[in-house]
Design a binder for this molecule. Structure first.
Ligand code: TMP
Ligand code: MG
Length: 212
């Protein structure tokens, strides 16, 4: 692990299918933490603001076609280009609440038929999440919520395949949240789990790396 002299922040990742409610839950969690006087920021991947992120964004909107392996490596590179800033933030005591991370990277690419271990390899050595909150929802329930948008991957049969690979990635850092409950109930579960991990990390829990 990477040792931290100061009290560090926690790396909290929200994962789940498209339309599982991750983005609004991330925003609510960060505003709740900030109101509690806890330093926290909302992050998301893909980070479409960089040059790599803009290539990914064109691919997702289908205005650019890219080979499956190539786009997988771009998603990974988009996390690598943020790694050192993430580490600095965590070490200065800021908690990062991240909407998607390496687990999306692996689950979405493996669902296309790419080898699971090949998919994991480029993310090896990135910071590992202290807590992964998996917003569990059947794809048909997600689709019924205002429907999927027009981006690549936002189709029921593909989302079913993605869900299978998410399940294979579950480890001791995962907590499954029933995302079919009300927004308020889901938020309560997320808050409780987050406060617990933030306390643990501030007590000196070392930063870990993928795929630990
Ligand atoms: P977003 O809707 O959260 O912005 O994510 C865009 C899409 O990109 C979503 O369908 C999940 C997919 N994705 C990958 O395929 N690989 C990745 O590494 C990440 C972070 C997202
Ligand atoms: Mg989306």
């Amino acid at each position: 692990g990477l040792s931290c002299a100061e009290k560090r922040g926690a790396l909290i990742v929200l994962e789940g299918l498209d339309r599982s409610g991750k983005s609004s839950q991330c925003a609510s969690l960060v505003s709740f933490l900030n109101k509690q006087g806890i330093s926290a920021e909302a992050w998301r991947f893909p980070d479409r603001s960089t040059a790599i992120g803009s290539m990914i964004s064109s691919y997702l909107s289908s205005s650019a076609d890219l080979d499956d392996c190539t786009v997988h490596l771009l998603f990974s590179a988009n996390r690598w280009e943020k790694r050192s800033v993430m580490e600095a933030k965590l070490k200065e005591g800021t908690t990062l609440v991240v909407d998607r991370y390496s687990y999306s990277g692996v689950a979405f690419s493996a669902a296309k038929g790419l080898d699971l271990n090949w998919c994991k390899a480029p993310d090896q050595g990135l910071l590992a999440a202290d807590l992964v909150l998996y917003l569990n929802i059947p794809p048909e329930v997600a689709a019924a919520r205002g429907g999927y948008g027009g981006e690549r991957y936002e189709k029921m049969d593909f989302q079913l395949e993605v869900a299978k690979y998410y399940k294979k990635l579950q480890d001791s850092t995962w907590q499954t949240i029933d995302a079919t409950k009300s927004i308020e109930e889901v938020q309560e579960d997320i808050k409780n789990a987050s406060l617990r991990i933030i306390a643990e990390c501030s007590e000196g829990q070392e930063l870990l790396r993928l795929w630990g």
